[in-house]
Write a protein that binds this ligand. Structure first.
Ligand code: FES
Length: 158
């Protein structure tokens, strides 16, 4: 059994697992609940899920890495999603991404050193008419230019 990390309250993981005891196909809902509780999926919690659901850790991490909704490290204060869909690509998303990388030195699913942003590249955000598009904490920003992005990031920097 995984040892309890003093920073992670594994009693919450046990509560979730108790609620799904014996239910077939419970891995996804369990992971979703744990993601909501911890904001990410701590290794200690995954160890416990593996043990109690009798599913190998490699299989669980296969699921975690397949679905964008899951994080294996604590996310930053703000979640920034930059669209890499076709319309945004054609309208200059690469320039915008270049600015983000230059300013924050982050790649997909990484969090900035100051913990302010977690960066994700995503497929079409459904706002192609406003391409290129990004969201920060779900708020949509469109018709982006490098200068516009700089200004938007300044708003969130404090
Ligand atoms: S391709 Fe970017 S919003 Fe659709």
């Amino acid at each position: 059994m995984a040892e309890e990390n003093e920073n992670i309250d594994l009693s919450k993981t046990n509560e979730v697992l108790d609620a799904y005891e014996g239910i077939h196909g419970s891995l996804m809902p369990v992971l979703q609940k744990l993601q909501t509780i911890y904001k990410y999926l701590p290794e200690e919690a995954v160890d416990l899920v593996s043990e109690r659901l009798n599913i190998s850790k490699s299989k669980i991490y296969g699921v975690i890495t397949f679905y964008a909704q899951f994080y294996i490290t604590p996310p930053g204060k703000h979640i920034m999603r930059l669209c890499q869909g076709t319309a945004c690509h054609v309208k200059g998303a690469d320039d915008v991404m270049g600015k983000l990388v230059e300013r924050h030195d982050v790649a997909h699913k990484q969090t900035t050193e100051d913990g302010l942003y977690t960066f994700e590249e995503v497929a079409c955000l459904g706002a192609c008419a406003m391409a290129p598009v990004m969201t920060i904490d779900g708020k949509v920003y469109g018709e982006l230019t490098v200068n516009k992005v700089e200004g938007i990031l300044d708003e969130y920097s404090s």
